[in-house]
Design a protein around this ligand. Structure first.
Ligand SMILES: NC(=O)c1ccc[n+]([C@@H]2O[C@H](COP(=O)([O-])OP(=O)(O)OC[C@H]3O[C@@H](n4cnc5c(N)ncnc54)[C@H](O)[C@@H]3O)[C@@H](O)[C@H]2O)c1
Length: 315
């Protein structure tokens, strides 16, 4: 595969999903590092466009538009975060989910390979690939058994991307994050419990816990995930879990945010939602060994920063 003539003169990055939560952080981090980083998303960015940066409004399901965007940017690295990222929506519209997460990802990778990208960093999931593991934290080689269309499409994309990039000059790194939280997460979705609780507690509204509050998740701060993405592009190409390895219960999430906010209402307890898994946490030993990555932001600290962000947003 031909390589870009401009290799070596500096990195050109394309960040897909740049209007979203994690992509928005990653895009700004790269720009801050002096990387020529172009953002791409199918919707305009609610955070706006950083000064001097370029943003392309493209739907990755549109193959022709994807090829035009890649030909224009000729990225050396593609950070692919654009996704239909909702488990609930994936069950309601499986075809749409596959179109975005599998076909869209492949169209992007094929175009990036044609234009000599050296690395394709794919954001998969650490939580939705494995069903309900008996023992946590789990390593990357734990048998995949997705229980949602979203998990299945991420797994399929991982596998197709590995096949199409095999033997080419475009190396594939796969990032499998746990539950990401932090500033700018959408508090209006059905996922993202930290953003939802923070927003509701600051408004002194009721917060609902589904089940007994004992469900365990691996909460990882968004800046730590962004750091992992940067390392996934610059270190050895690999598939790595990105999590703290420490499971946190929903009840503890509630309590830590409540303490930060000074919220005094008890949670509303509602029946468990179908498909909610009991426990998941990622063992990130491999990311530490290959990418030199380790989480830097402790849960209490990350929560304090997140609450502060939502407090400022309200003011
Ligand atoms: N947030 C988490 O806890 C978490 C955990 C594991 C993995 N991930 C993965 O990380 C990535 C980023 O997640 P996020 O939380 O920032 O999600 P997000 O929903 O905030 O951002 C995703 C972005 O992708 C865009 N998008 C969706 N379909 C598109 C299409 N067809 N064409 C172009 N853009 C499209 C959306 O408009 C959105 O801005 C996703 O791939 C997600 O699956 C997220």
């Amino acid at each position: 595969m031909a390589q870009s003539d401009d290799r070596g003169t500096g990195e050109r990055a394309l960040v897909t999903g740049a209007a979203g939560f994690v992509g928005g952080h990653l895009w700004r981090r790269l720009l801050g590092d002096g990387v020529e980083a172009v953002g791409l998303d199918m919707v305009p960015s609610r955070r706006g466009i950083p000064e001097g940066a370029r943003f392309l409004q493209v739907d990755i399901r549109d193959g022709e538009a994807v090829r035009r965007a890649i030909a224009e940017v000729r990225p050396t690295v593609v950070y692919h975060l654009a996704a239909q990222a909702s488990v609930v929506v994936s069950m309601r519209d499986p075809v749409g989910d596959v179109e975005a997460n599998v076909i869209g990802s492949l169209q992007l990778a094929r175009a990036a390979m044609e234009h000599g990208a050296r690395r394709f960093v794919f954001f998969s999931t650490g939580g939705a690939l494995f069903g309900a593991p008996e023992v946590i934290p789990i390593a990357e080689d734990y048998p995949a058994q997705p229980e949602s269309v979203y998990g299945a499409s991420k797994l399929a994309a991982e596998r197709y991307l590995a096949l199409v990039t095999r033997g080419s000059d475009t190396e594939l790194s796969v990032v499998r994050p746990g539950n990401i939280y932090g500033p700018w997460q959408d508090p209006h979705g059905e996922a993202g419990v930290v953003a939802i609780f923070a927003q509701r507690m600051l408004a002194n509204e009721d917060c609902t816990i589904y089940g007994d509050g004992g469900q365990l998740r691996d909460y990882v701060y968004v800046e730590d995930v962004v750091d992992a993405a940067v390392r996934a592009a610059s270190h050895e190409a690999a598939t790595c879990n990105i999590g703290t390895g420490t499971p946190t219960s929903t009840r503890r999430v509630f309590d830590v945010i409540a303490t930060n906010v000074g919220y005094e209402r008890p949670p509303i307890l509602a029946p468990e939602r179908a498909g909610d898994i009991k426990q998941i946490a990622q063992d990130a030993t491999k990311a530490r060994a290959l990418w030199g990555w380790a989480p830097q932001v402790a849960f209490e600290d990350g929560i304090a920063r997140t609450v502060e962000f939502f407090r400022t947003q309200r003011a």
